[in-house]
Design a protein around this ligand. Structure first.
Ligand SMILES: CC(C)(COP(=O)(O)OP(=O)(O)OC[C@H]1O[C@@H](n2cnc3c(N)ncnc32)[C@H](O)[C@@H]1OP(=O)(O)O)[C@@H](O)C(=O)NCCC(=O)NCCS
Length: 146
């Protein structure tokens, strides 16, 4: 598996996963705009030439906000999510990020377990943060990162 920066050429593959995964998917245009923004850093996981996962964070003033973590349904539970986020964290540290945060649906056991494995802790909730279906978010932080 190769983990590398997301490029414009990856966006079709990323969007296919986004569509199959989320009830309120980002558009291709949103990904294209996001990867062009210098404070965003997106990674893709590539297997046999295809995108099998992606993640990204927005980082500024030492803090990073992780979003858009997803792995292709056919490649779940093979360590893709863990490897991508380990790489994201390493890169964030090298860019001077000292803490990382994210939100996750409170029913999303897979993602919560993944983030806990990466030493994120639950620090609070955001009421009705998600729609389709309406659900609270758990706020998680990892601080400090090193
Ligand atoms: C969450 C997600 C990214 C995990 O990706 P993945 O590549 O399948 O995860 P990994 O194989 O790297 O798993 C790493 C660890 O996470 C936890 N985990 C992953 N999937 C899990 C599941 N279905 N149930 C419970 N724990 C799970 C486990 O601790 C796992 O370690 P283990 O396999 O040694 O037990 C993936 O399930 C996904 O894309 N889900 C849909 C999108 C999503 O929810 N994104 C997060 C939004 S906040």
């Amino acid at each position: 598996m190769l983990i590398r920066d997301m490029t414009v050429a990856d966006v079709d593959g990323v969007y296919e996963i986004e569509k199959e995964t989320f009830s309120d998917p980002w558009s291709k245009a949103s990904f294209l705009e996001s990867i062009a923004e210098p404070n965003n850093h997106y990674l893709v996981a590539i297997m046999e030439g295809s995108v099998v996962g992606y993640c990204g964070y927005w980082g500024i003033a030492g803090e990073g906000y992780i979003y858009n973590v997803a792995v292709k349904a056919s490649h779940l539970r093979q360590g893709v999510g863990l490897r991508m986020l380990e790489e994201l964290i390493m890169q964030a540290v090298s860019r001077g990020i000292t803490s990382l945060t994210l939100e996750v649906r409170q029913s999303n056991e897979a993602a919560i377990n993944l983030y806990k494995r990466l030493d994120f802790t639950e620090v609070g909730t955001r009421k009705d943060f998600y729609t389709k279906p309406l659900e609270d978010a758990i706020i998680m932080w990892r601080s400090p990162i090193h």
